[in-house]
Ligand binder design. Structure first.
Ligand SMILES: [Zn+2]
Length: 390
């Protein structure tokens, strides 16, 4: 048990608790702690007190509502002349009555996660959590599209509805209760089937964009994922099929991917594998084959990247397609070059073809290759999307 002065429990003047850690800027998680402190001479113990916790710094931030509860307990103890209080906080159970479908959610999230509580539409911004499989059906549906504005923020667009979602650091999908209630009932029933208990973690580009209206420039790897989404969507508009599919692995990899900071064998393999899975392996070979066949070609014996090239070449004005896809072929070969299954002299020769295509010096390291590769892929996505949209 520690000890604090009552004056320190009062909210600091002008202080507004935000979702971010003062020290490391990471988003905080709502959690329920067992508070036990000597507060100016009164031993106060509260089980299940809501606090915001930085999982990185392992530091707790007292919420205003919790501060008020402590001050109140202290006051009452003084009035009664007792020196110790032990209470258990009862969890808030509340039905916000937005929809008759019984979604699992935690009203504490709405009241205690900063920025969600409003004086109108009480409960609208209550986060409702889902497992990630919820996105897969929408992606697989011919009438719906899952679009990503970043790896942790996107929208599901259907024929007659659209809803925004976030992906938190535990890989859970988050949507607002009020938004869900506005969906057609069959969609709500579907969502309910993937609904899980809240893990009280909401930090994501979804939260930043929707609550804080923070639109920080996306890191280049997030930007690239967004551009991939735009390209896939443009192809859907053009060809009527989804040329790439979403699976849990792609969502996971995209939202947890960090650029390399060291050049080691392990990091080389990790980066090349991850980028291949997100940008090449997720291509739907069957869908691309169908586009080629429809245009009178024969997709047989062509692998996905070649299929993508052939499909895109069926569009008028596609002369640049091979050049624009070159960074993707380079990415494919980069994995071969970095694989421990590739004999050393072959690996060296393949790596030279990669650096040549990226206009880099022979023997360039991972960090240089990574940076150039992402730049080139971004440029290509932009041009290819424009081509498909013509
Ligand atoms: Zn922190």
């Amino acid at each position: 048990m520690g000890s604090v002065k009552l004056s320190e429990v009062f909210p600091p003047a002008g202080h507004v608790q935000r979702l971010y850690c003062d020290d490391c800027r990471r988003p905080l998680d709502l959690t329920f702690t067992n508070f036990h402190e000597n507060v100016s001479g009164v031993d106060i113990s509260i089980a299940g007190l809501p606090v915001l916790r930085c999982m990185g710094c392992n530091k707790d931030y007292l919420l205003d509502g919790s501060r008020v509860a402590i001050i109140e307990l202290h006051k009452r103890a003084r009035e009664k002349g007792i020196s110790s209080v032990t209470v258990t906080r009862r969890k808030l159970v509340k039905d916000f009555r937005f929809t008759k479908i019984p979604f699992l959610y935690d009203a504490d999230d709405y009241y205690y996660i900063p920025g969600l509580k409003r004086s109108f539409h009480d409960g609208f911004l209550t986060p409702v959590y889902f497992n990630r499989e919820v996105l897969l059906k929408y992606d697989a549906s011919p009438t719906c599209r899952v679009k990503f504005a970043s790896p942790t923020y996107g929208t599901i667009d259907g024929d007659v509805f659209s809803i925004s979602f976030g992906i938190n650091k535990n890989g859970k999908v988050v949507m607002w209760l009020g938004d869900i209630a506005g969906l057609p009932e069959p969609e709500q029933y579907y969502l309910r089937s993937h609904n899980v208990e809240s893990d009280h973690s909401i930090g994501s580009e979804f939260y930043d964009g929707q609550i804080e209206c923070i639109y920080t420039p996306l890191p280049v790897q997030s930007q690239l994922f967004k551009m991939r989404s735009e390209f896939v969507d443009a192809c859907f508009q053009k060809f009527g099929v989804k040329i790439a599919h979403l699976d849990n692995e792609v969502v996971d990899l995209a939202s947890s991917f960090n650029p390399p900071v060291v050049d080691t064998e392990k990091e080389r393999r990790h980066v090349a594998d991850t980028l291949n899975k997100i940008y090449i392996e997720s291509l739907d070979s069957g869908a691309l084959g169908a586009i080629i066949s429809k245009a009178g070609g024969d997709p047989k014996n062509l692998r996905s990247l070649k299929r993508l090239q052939t499909a895109l070449e069926s569009i008028d004005g596609a002369a640049d397609v091979p050049k624009l896809l070159s960074p993707f072929f380079a990415l494919y070969d980069l994995r071969v070059a970095y694989s421990h299954l590739t004999p050393a002299d072959t690996a060296k020769a393949v790596l030279k073809t990669v650096t040549d295509r990226l206009a880099l010096a022979e023997g360039s390291g991972l960090l240089v290759i990574y940076e150039r590769l992402l730049e080139e892929m971004a440029y290509s996505f932009e041009k290819l999307t424009a081509l498909v949209k013509t």
